[in-house]
Design a protein around this ligand. Structure first.
Ligand code: ZN
Length: 302
């Protein structure tokens, strides 16, 4: 029944669709907060950006509302992460595949042979690619290319915005390297609720362990909790981390398990994994989120 309603909505909205843009600007719809922030940086005042997912929203579980479907169908361009991060939106995107403006999965252009594999996702890859800043730069390249194609009049604006943003990302990489260098390699073990940080780990030599595996769609079993508690004790890990888009109890259960074995582990803070912080705050931007995460991780594990 739900599927039928979805098809009806898509059909209905398509038949009403007209191609005029608001204020002559491109209407862009994005999925995750990371992508919304990126497109706002490249598009600037020349585009309208409407992000479907807000702060604290888990993209693995996110389902499109009727309002979302209307926005998607009326968009000039849709950017999403891909690699099955937005697992429940794939169905909507596939139905839109016949339209001339196909949704653009930013991760599709990355060199697959360099990505981290995963049996869990239908894509066979770990989708949390934005935690490698180099991949996020490639997202920026793609967004700039698509905006310039669709709106050639403003292509210079997009290219300038991109150059400025890439410079900020370069600076971010330098700064993160500096902070990470202050933490000895044997202390670089990051335990979180779910495996969002594998690309981060690869880039900065952290061993990354997620309690729930790669997606929040699977729940951690009692055995997983006990095994990970033993691992924390064995490796004398000082702190474990909550994630803003995953319920806190997941990591609290792990802390309890460590305590029940007569040891102590602190909760080192809340990391932003699959969603940025609130709009209008520093952590509401990709760059601010990255700086916040690295500071939180390194100061808790030192
Ligand atoms: Zn995730």
């Amino acid at each position: 029944m739900k599927k039928l309603i979805l098809v009806l909505i898509i059909t209905l909205v398509f038949s009403c669709k007209n191609d005029t843009k608001d204020n002559g600007k491109l209407n862009i719809v994005t999925t995750t907060t990371m992508i919304t922030d990126l497109v706002k940086n490249i598009g600037g005042d020349a585009v309208n950006v409407d992000g479907l997912m807000g702060s604290g929203v888990d993209p693995h579980l996110y389902k499109a509302s009727e309002g979302d479907v209307t926005k998607l169908v009326n968009a000039d361009i849709i950017f999403y992460n891909g690699l099955h991060l937005e697992g429940k939106l794939v169905e909507v995107f596939e139905k839109m595949g016949s339209a001339t403006k196909r949704p653009i999965a930013l991760a599709d252009q990355l060199d697959k042979s360099k990505l981290i594999g995963s049996d869990y996702f239908a894509s066979n890859y770990d989708p949390h690619v934005w935690f490698d800043i180099n991949y996020f730069k490639q997202f920026a390249n793609k967004v700039t290319e698509v905006l310039s194609e669709q709106d050639p009049e403003n292509s210079e604006v997009y290219k300038q915005n991109e150059a400025q943003y890439l410079a900020e990302l370069n600076k971010l990489q330098e700064d993160v390297k500096g902070v990470v260098a202050s933490l000895p390699e044997e202390k670089r073990i990051l335990v979180t609720a779910h495996d969002a940080f594998n690309y981060f780990g690869e880039a900065y030599k952290f061993k990354v362990v997620g309690l729930q595996g790669l997606s929040t769609a699977t729940e951690a079993g009692v055995q997983d909790v006990q095994k990970l508690a033993a691992f924390i004790i064995e490796n004398k890990i000082k702190a474990i981390f909550v994630e803003s888009s995953v319920p806190r109890r997941t990591i609290e259960a792990l802390q309890e398990a460590v305590k029940s074995k007569g040891h102590d582990v602190a909760i080192g803070g809340t990391l932003y994994s699959d969603a940025l912080g609130n709009d209008g705050t520093v952590e509401g931007t990709y760059i601010g989120m990255y700086r916040y995460n690295i500071k939180t991780i390194v100061s808790a594990l030192k």
